[in-house]
Design a protein around this ligand. Structure first.
Ligand SMILES: [Zn+2]
Length: 248
């Protein structure tokens, strides 16, 4: 069992390294995906604003036609004023002219307001367009910059995957099953040292009888508290990631 535990520690060392490289890669990918998400949202907003811009421009154009029509009516009434036959008719036409004048003022005010909205919308569109370009550039730059990092992480993952397969081949199925079960559940260490009568993962005391078995290293021992596979700490001195010898 001592040899099995040694192999298991090697396997765990490789798996932890693998986790690290996978994390590096996934963080890069997630960051780029996030920025791509912002970009799509920005593009949707921009398209919506462009539609609003077209709508208000079309409203403005029809309002301009209205104004021309009202002015035409106004001018016609003005001319008629010179040719009216009676005071009663004069008053009626003059009243119409007053009404049309109010209409002209009101329509001109509405057009003025629309002009302001058009200018503001145009500004917002220009602003968004430049943000879209900036974000596209920064995503492209980030993709280019991280291509090497991703390639390196992929290479490391591939290299470690091969070592992982080798290491797994040297551990019995029963022990592997236990190891995988704990590791999947805890996303961390599955094989931990037992030292001075306690488990180095949960720091709870291991029963004395169990600790003797761990020291002997003849059977597969688990921490009764956190279920980690335990080995006697001195066995791993000098191994990669293993404990250091204590100076007496
Ligand atoms: Zn424990």
């Amino acid at each position: 069992m001592k040899e099995q535990l040694k192999r298991l520690r090697e396997l765990q060392f490789i798996d932890i390294e693998l986790d690290g490289f996978r994390k590096v890669k996934s963080e890069i990918v997630v960051r780029i995906e996030e920025n791509k998400g912002f970009l799509s949202k920005l593009i949707v907003d921009l398209e919506k604003q462009k539609e609003e811009f077209e709508e208000i421009k079309s409203l403005h154009s029809s309002k301009t036609d209205d104004l021309a029509y009202i002015k035409e009516q106004h001018d016609k009434r003005q001319k008629r004023l010179h040719n009216v036959g009676s005071a009663k008719e004069f008053n009626a036409v003059e009243k119409e002219i007053e009404g049309l004048k109010r209409s002209i003022t009101q329509t001109q005010e509405e057009l003025q307001h629309m002009n302001e909205v058009i200018a503001a919308t145009q500004e917002a569109i220009t602003d968004k367009e430049s943000k879209v370009v900036q974000l596209q550039d920064s995503i492209k730059a980030e993709e280019d910059a991280s291509a090497d990092q991703i390639k390196k992480a992929d290479d490391d993952i591939e290299r470690l995957n091969a070592r992982e397969t080798e290491a797994r081949a040297e551990v019995s199925k029963r022990v592997l099953h236990r190891y995988d079960f704990i590791r999947n559940r805890r996303e961390g260490l599955a094989v931990v040292p037992a030292k001075d009568g306690h488990c180095e993962s949960c720091f709870m005391a291991v029963p004395a009888q169990e600790f003797i078995l761990i020291q002997r290293g003849e059977t597969l021992c688990m921490c009764p508290h956190c279920q980690c596979i335990l080995y006697f700490w001195e066995e791993a001195i000098g191994e990669p990631g293993g404990p250091k010898a204590e100076v007496a």
